[in-house]
Ligand binder design. Structure first.
Ligand code: PRP
Length: 216
């Protein structure tokens, strides 16, 4: 079987609603933050399908015993927010994955060259190869930042087929790069926009997510 990058754009009214709020240039930072948190929550909910490890067991209800499924606590789950903007999605993701370990990765894209540089790396030296990893970043434009993040993860033992990327807006350049390098990877996005302009912004996109989340 040939592996191919899969990109899911869930057709869900809550995801569509919060995307519309986030796209609107008139949305103030406090509401923009809520929109990104909500998108983090619902996209993570979708991404958790067939990704979160479960175990079969039996529980005793007040009336009888019955088969049951629980989240498997023995398989590590990690969330990697790409700072700064990924912190907005983390807030929603964390409500669904309260036991996940959070490893911050700070990447900043140079405004002229569009090349990312890393200013904070809290990743462990080695991940357990079974670790389920969720990467959060609201925007994947040229793909430079997500490719840098994936390189840091895979060189520490992360399996791309056990990795999910949650982002709000993505675009063809990022998806093309990911599909060549990580064919087993799965992306959950609220939308795929067509264009990345010469300044590296997704159009129509939602502007600079980091600046809008933090009001800076
Ligand atoms: C933005 C965004 C991504 C990156 C996307 O972050 O959150 O990390 O740019 O662009 P790319 O696909 O072309 O690499 P930015 O570097 O502006 O930092 P910030 O999150 O601190 O605002």
């Amino acid at each position: 079987m040939t592996l191919q990058l899969r990109v899911y754009v869930p057709s869900h009214p809550l995801i569509k609603h919060w995307l519309a709020v986030a796209r609107d240039a008139a949305t103030p930072p406090v509401l923009f933050r809520s929109a990104i948190t909500e998108l983090g929550r619902w996209l993570t909910y979708e991404a958790a399908r067939e990704w979160l490890p479960t175990q079969e067991t039996t529980v005793q209800s007040p009336l009888d015993s019955c088969p049951a499924t629980l989240i498997d606590p023995n398989i590590p789950v990690a969330v990697v927010p790409i700072l700064r903007a990924g912190l907005g999605l983390l807030e929603g993701a964390q409500t669904l994955l309260p036991l996940a370990s959070i490893y911050h990765l700070g990447l900043e894209r140079d405004e002229k060259t569009l090349q990312p540089s890393c200013y904070l790396n809290k990743l462990p030296e080695k991940f357990d190869p079974q670790t389920r990893v969720l990467v959060t970043d609201p925007m994947m434009a040229t793909g430079g930042s997500i490719m840098a993040a994936m390189a840091e993860l895979t060189q520490r033992g992360v399996d791309p087929s056990l990795t999910r990327i949650v982002c709000v807006v993505t675009a063809p350049p990022a998806l093309q790069k990911l599909s060549v390098a990580y064919p087993g990877l799965i992306v959950y996005a609220a939308t795929i926009d067509e264009t990345v302009n010469s300044q590296g912004f997704i159009v129509p996109g939602l502007g600079d997510a980091g600046d809008r989340i933090f009001g800076t």
